[in-house]
Write a protein that binds this ligand. Structure first.
Ligand code: SAH
Ligand code: F3S
Length: 481
């Protein structure tokens, strides 16, 4: 579950390096998408200047922050349980403060602060720069809240401190918010309108990451293909830009190209692509630069034209196939992955069959599949009844997962017998005698460590595989090393 919600990371606490002058301890826990994990690095960086070092030990914390997700009800329930736990600890450590960050902030601020009184501070995704003031407020005994959504990219000038995981791969945010208004989705409400970040600050961050030893970056946004820089401001206001601003605007394929050229040895990925906005330009740019990985995460949500329309996904099944056909023509080796929602209101057996047949057509390398979860405030919640019975949703989900598993196995097998470049990310979870890394298509490979080290690019011969993992042996360094 690497792409959208990495299950193994849910609730993990971020630990950064120590600053000698800092005396207070911050415990920060993150849930949900990569954007949240990336934002937590920004928050930790802001608070490092306010006297906080991070800790992974909850009971020694002076400030506990939980970066929350609203995408499905289950994500919110998990956070609620954690808040109960924090409050139990607080009984013995009354000076400890608890704050909620991220997507649940806007939705539940009153409930958390005034009705349930289970947090001291509520901070929305665009208000982290205000954290020093808010912390002062709570230190003086008041509740603090800032959930104002911004019109600007907000954090482009902050250097996130990234000492969290492997030192090899990192996320770089390029847009915030989303304008798409898919009817099931809460993101446009919790994260606001779409705006892009200055390309120069993105390139500076990528260069800085390379200098620190990172070897792979993922450009991050809810809808990366919609990236558009014209000097700042909301995407929707582009039509009001001056002729000069329009003439010098930078779109996603241009940004991708600039990034690839800035660091020709850095591996570059991006996520998420939306079928309605992905252009062939982007695929041609991918083909042109060796360091852009051959992987496209292209959520489709449903294979039924009727459901796609109800979801306000602005493409048909046929247009999606055309995009896939073109992608495969230009990049035959490319992996394609999906997100799917099962049991959207009014979904019939016929619609479900359309989803299965779409999957048969594409044969996705990976997939992330969820049953529909009604989210308060969305168009679907207001206009449609959540009418597919839970058992039907579950049965259809298990059929979709079984089919995806089969395709995943087939797609993994296509790498067998080949020698592919792997970027070593870490020791394998299952054996400390093996390393794990990924090929360009994002498939995980494990192989004996020999004398290689984390961060090396190595050529690995793929001998065997499980449904999603390649098992091989290194045959030497890659020329990229
Ligand atoms: N911007 C991304 C999606 C962000 S949300 C895109 O365009 O695909 C990540 C995934 O969560 C979505 O692709 C969708 O499959 C799932 N999701 C979003 N809202 C959901 C809901 N209400 N119920 C179930 N799954 C949902
Ligand atoms: Fe959500 Fe659709 Fe945007 S899934 S994040 S509204 S592209």
């Amino acid at each position: 579950m690497e792409k959208i919600i990495d299950e193994s990371l849910q609730g993990s606490a971020l630990a950064l390096g120590k600053k000698n002058s800092n005396s207070k301890k911050l415990y920060i826990e993150s849930y949900g998408c990569q954007m949240n994990f990336s934002d937590s690095e920004i928050v930790a960086s802001i608070l490092a200047n306010e006297g906080f070092d991070t800790t992974q030990n909850l009971i020694e914390a002076d400030l506990v922050l939980v970066n929350t997700c609203s995408i499905r009800e289950k994500a919110e329930l998990t956070v609620r349980k954690r808040l109960e736990k924090f409050n139990a600890i607080k009984r013995d450590r009354p000076h400890m403060k608890v704050g909620v960050l991220g997507c649940m902030a806007e939705r539940l601020k009153h409930q958390f602060l005034e009705e349930e009184k289970i947090v001291d501070m509520v901070v929305g995704p665009d208000a982290y720069k205000d954290l020093p003031n808010l912390i002062q407020e709570i230190d003086e005994g008041r509740n603090a809240v800032n959930v104002i959504l911004s019109k600007d990219e907000t954090y482009g000038d902050i250097a996130p401190v990234r000492l969290n995981t492997n030192g090899v791969t990192a996320y770089v945010s390029i847009t915030r918010g989303c304008d798409n208004m898919c009817t099931f989705c809460v993101v446009p409400f919790t994260r606001g309108r779409e705006r892009s970040r200055d390309p120069q600050s993105i390139i500076d961050e990528v260069n800085d990451l390379w200098n620190k030893g990172f070897k792979e970056i993922t450009l991050l946004g809810q809808n990366v293909d919609s990236y558009l820089w014209y000097g700042g401001g909301l995407k929707k206001d582009f039509s009001k830009a001056t002729d000069m601003e329009k003439a010098t605007a930078v779109n996603f394929s241009q940004l991708l190209e600039r990034t690839a050229l800035a660091q020709p040895k850095m591996r570059i990925r991006f996520s998420t692509s939306n079928p309605q906005d992905m252009t062939l330009d982007v695929i041609h740019t991918m083909a042109k630069y060796k360091n852009i990985c051959n992987a496209i995460h292209l959520p489709v949500q449903s294979g039924s034209n009727r459901i796609l329309k109800e979801m306000n996904r602005l493409h048909t099944r046929e247009e999606y196939f055309e995009l896939i056909d073109n992608a495969r023509k230009i990049l035959p080796d490319c992996s394609i992955s999906q997100d799917m929602i099962i049991g959207f209101p009014t979904e019939t057996e016929e619609d479900h069959k359309d989803t299965m047949s779409l999957m048969e057509y594409v044969k996705y390398d990976f997939g992330y599949m969820f049953t529909y979860s009604e989210r308060p405030g969305t168009m679907a919640e207001r206009k449609m009844e959540d009418d597919v019975p839970e058992e039907t949703k579950k049965r259809r989900l298990s059929e979709v997962i079984a089919l995806q598993r089969q395709h995943c196995q087939e797609r993994t097998q296509r790498h067998l017998g080949k020698v592919q470049e792997i970027l070593i990310e870490s020791t394998s979870k299952k054996s400390d005698q093996h390393f794990m890394g990924r090929n360009s298509q994002n498939t995980v490979a494990v192989f004996p460590r020999e004398n290689y080290k984390v961060g090396d690019f190595v050529m690995v011969r793929m001998d065997e595989c499980t449904s999603a993992t390649l098992i091989g042996e290194a045959v030497g360094y890659s020329e990229n090393n």
